[in-house]
Design a protein around this ligand. Structure first.
Ligand SMILES: NC(=O)c1ccc[n+]([C@@H]2O[C@H](COP(=O)([O-])OP(=O)(O)OC[C@H]3O[C@@H](n4cnc5c(N)ncnc54)[C@H](O)[C@@H]3O)[C@@H](O)[C@H]2O)c1
Length: 356
């Protein structure tokens, strides 16, 4: 399949260099070929030429090229919709970077256009295949710690918001749009129940016009609470994941550079008759004393690797055969619905109660 890439910055280059190459390394037919790129920046055009890539002089050239099957759109977020609509009209299948749209109504417009044109549209929700996420989900799905009642998913950095457009509201910047869309998508893949309420508190601590982080709490009809925290000013970070279940706790600390490290403890003796109190702060506590080692067991964490070729294997097949993409319209509409309720909750300081 011949793909053109529109917007050849960090992520546009990732698609060619990493995602296409990983895909091509595992398939025996239907290889992905990069037909060329289009970018409004002369520097990025020069960069692409330096890699030996063809540079289109306009997006129209891509639409008019009958040999091109699909496009990847990896521009800043506000520029996604015009390209998605034009690509669909030209009969090209579309991979659009996340967040696909600026809001739910734009998202619907994109899917309507793709459906009308009979082309496949898939937002690039690649974090469904993150090793840490797949590992944690596997442990929860296999019920190793009993019923889960609280999931905490955090990403924390101390670099503020990098780059120019991510700081701009008009261009779809901010951490809810950047990371929220991934972490909410993971949540809705993880939890099978219906959302019943959303509470969110956006942070504007660094003085940007967009949120530099947020605390989101979503409750499900299964009784589960899912908390998502994004912070860009945290110099000593908290764990990436904490899974609180009836019979134990799982914590994943390290998740960068494909490492997945943490600790999982399961309760062996619920009521410890020999529990003794300890001094703590200017006081004394039995409740918060550490567990005696005989009453808990440490379980090994089986690291599961997410399949880094799954997204494109599925997308190419869907485009060729008309089958479903992994990332569906319904998935995306639910993600955008949570984001919209989160925004309203942060503005009103109220819990948004809706079931979906
Ligand atoms: N899925 C992921 O893991 C992931 C990671 C990073 C970024 N992204 C997404 O990828 C997209 C691009 O992010 P990035 O980090 O690569 O940004 P970037 O700034 O590195 O690259 C954006 C590129 O788009 C070009 N551009 C801007 N406006 C354009 C237009 N109208 N037409 C054509 N080209 C245009 C810029 O010149 C630049 O080269 C965003 O939607 C972002 O949210 C996804």
């Amino acid at each position: 399949m011949k793909f053109a890439i529109i917007g050849y910055g960090g992520m546009g280059n990732f698609h060619r260099e990493k995602a296409f190459e990983r895909y091509n390394a595992v398939v025996s037919e239907d290889f992905i070929e990069t037909a060329g790129i289009y970018d409004i920046s002369p520097e990025r055009e020069e960069f692409a030429k330096g890699l030996g890539l063809h540079v289109f002089s306009s997006a129209e050239e891509i639409w008019n090229d009958k040999s091109i099957d699909a496009v990847v759109i990896a521009t800043p977020n506000d520029a996604h919709i015009p390209y998605v609509l034009a690509a669909a009209k030209a009969g090209k299948h579309v991979v659009v970077e996340k967040p696909a749209a600026m809001n739910l109504s734009e998202l619907k417009e994109m899917y309507d256009a793709a459906e009308r044109a009979g082309v496949k549209l898939s937002p690039h929700q690649n974090r469904r295949w993150d090793d840490d996420f797949v590992t944690v989900k596997n442990i929860v799905d296999n019920n190793l710690l009993g019923k889960t009642y609280l999931i905490e998913s955090r990403v924390m950095g101390a670099n503020g918001i990098p780059g120019a457009w991510r700081k701009s509201a008009a261009q779809g910047g901010g951490m809810m749009m950047d990371w929220g869309v991934h972490l909410i998508d993971q949540m809705l893949q993880f939890v099978k129940g219906k959302v019943v309420s959303v509470y969110c508190d956006y942070s504007y601590r660094q003085g940007e016009e967009v949120d530099d982080g947020f605390n989101l709490e979503v409750k499900f009809d299964t009784g589960l609470t899912y908390r998502i925290v994004v912070d860009t000013n945290c110099f000593v970070e908290l764990p990436r994941w904490q899974i609180h279940a009836d019979d134990g706790t799982l914590q994943i600390d390290n998740w960068r550079n494909f490492k997945v490290e943490g600790k999982m403890l399961r309760c062996l003796i619920r009521h410890d008759d020999q529990l003794v109190g300890v001094d703590a702060g200017n006081g004394f506590t039995k409740t918060m004393a550490k567990r005696r080692s005989e009453t808990v067991e440490e379980l090994p964490i089986e690291v599961v690797r997410g399949d880094k070729t799954a997204f494109y294997r599925n997308f190419v097949k869907a485009a060729r055969e008309g089958s479903d993409t992994f990332v569906t319209r319904r998935d995306m509409e639910r993600v955008f619905k949570v984001m919209e309720l989160a925004k309203r909750s942060s503005e009103t300081r109220e819990v948004m109660k809706e079931t979906f």
